[in-house]
Design a binder for this molecule. Sequence first.
Ligand SMILES: [Zn+2]
Length: 307
Amino acid sequence: MKLFFTILFIVMSLPSYGQSKKFDKILEKHDIKEYIKGIPSGDTESFWNAVWQNNDALDKLIKANEKKTDAYIAAHKEMYDASIYAKTYYNSLSRYDAKYITDTLLMYIGAKQVFSDCTIDIISDTDVNAFCAPDGQIFLTAPLIDELNANFTQLLGICVHEMAHFFLMHAFVSSYQTQRKYQINQAISAATSAVAVAANAYAQANGAVTNDSWDNVKQTINNLSIAAYDDAFGRFRYKYNREQEYEADIIAYRFLEWYGYDATLYLYALEKIALEDDKYYDKTSNHPKCSDRTALLRYMAEKYPLQ
Ligand SMILES: [Zn+2]
């Protein structure tokens, strides 16, 4: 009996077996700990090189670029359109003159060494938010600066998160993955439709069905292609997906740890920003909830500290 209670106690005190399994899987895929281990703190150029050179999703995109696959070309077109849209939209935002803050953040991130056109701007807005345009412009809203009391470590963490989206070309990668999925879905629905048509033709030839059945077949074909389209574009288009949010969070946290800052401060910043973000997504969306994001980082910090 005593053993039973001991076991029960151990089981109950664990964070949740299912959740830690899920987190381990995410970390196995996205943690950069092993790649940044030997890099001297502050050598940001080597840090970012290690991050992008060891990224599987980016690697796949680069290979697709070499082969100029159909999915790559379609994604490229989408990114081009998104960049034009972003340019017009972001140019209309009103920026604060805060060059000292934004230049300091850019310098600490080492952003210009990776991509010289990177910018950070503080803009007037009602939301506590930060986001990144597909061309490397990062925007922090004025209420975010107020909310974080302009705390440098927290702002740095938030900016690194956004930079990670940009440097790993998350928007492009997401668009490419969507296009690939769309094409695979199209191929599956074409194959399934062919089977439905063949089966019906056979049945009709044998007098088992009437002419009306052809309408059903056509309807099936329609539904299949619409489903493929919705599934592919409805959930992924232009939005960072769950994996990418986790990945950007992990990189931000590791960056602060590696630099010697108190990385747990990033959790507070994340709570401010992601909690607000939650409002824009419903339960069915492929965007992680704030509580899941902070839980993952707490788990990582406890189980796999950098030092
Ligand atoms: Zn993000």
